[in-house]
Design a protein around this ligand. Sequence first.
Ligand SMILES: [Zn+2]
Length: 59
Amino acid sequence: MKSHIRVCSAWREVHDRPVYSLSETCPDCGSETENSAPAPFDPNDPHGEYRRALKRRHR
Ligand SMILES: [Zn+2]
């Protein structure tokens, strides 16, 4: 299933948190929106693997 949810492209500068919208402009600041990031957890994310490796090392 593909999501059409978009996120304000300037939220890091303008907002405290991501502002999601279905329109092409942010309802809060009027900036362009972009496709929202993929799922927060990606099992194929190499950085995730790196973090897990670090965690193992600490044990
Ligand atoms: Zn905005």
